[in-house]
Each structure stands twice: as C-alpha cells, then as structure tokens.
Design a protein around this ligand. Structure first.
Ligand code: ZN
Length: 102
C-alpha cells in the first residue's frame, strides 16, 4: 500500500487495523474492537473479548497508541496488572512509550 492510499483510510479504520496486527503479534483474538467516545480512560475490555478504545487516542502519537493497544490486548490473556501482566507488557512495549504524553 502506498502512503497516498493509506492516508485516505478513515482514522478509526486505520487504528483498528493496527489493533488487528497487535492481536496477531500477541496471539489473542478479540471478538470485536470498538473505537468510541469514552470518558476518563483510554481503553477497556470485557470478559467476553470485546475491546473498547477511546476515539481520543486517534489524536495521540502512534507509540502511545501502541502501548494502549498492547496493554488492553494483553488483558485478554491476563485480566489483572500483576507481575505476569507487566512482563508481557515489557516484552511487547518499550518502556519509553508507556508514559502518558502531554
Ligand atoms: Zn489495564
């Protein structure tokens, strides 16, 4: 795909494709991915495998988007933020992209 055709894709569609790539990388299969207005958080997921991302994320830098995507998809494997979760996140996301951009 050339850069010019890529820019014509709606931002939410483009974002969802990145989520699909991350899901393949991590080895999870979210049932459905939503990009929607969310109050006070970047993402959440349900035990049924639905993953929700804030549409505000579309305006953030891609490395931050990636850290949120990876975080939420890892929750499909590990529902808490324990040591195992942290080691998964460390394996997929460089620490420098974890800070919330301002
Ligand atoms: Zn979390």
């Amino acid at each position: 795909m050339t850069p010019s055709t890529k820019t014509r894709i709606a931002p939410a569609t483009h974002f969802k494709r990145r989520v699909e790539r991350w899901a393949a990388k991590i080895g999870v299969r979210p049932k459905r991915v939503f990009v929607q207005a969310m109050r006070g958080k970047w993402a959440s997921c349900s035990t049924a495998g639905r993953v929700y991302f804030s549409s505000d994320l579309l305006k953030e830098p891609t490395d931050f988007q990636d850290s949120v995507i990876a975080h939420e998809l890892i929750h499909l494997l590990i529902p808490n933020h324990g040591a195992l979760f942290k080691s998964f996140l460390d394996a997929y996301v460089p620490r420098r992209s974890l800070r919330r951009p301002r």
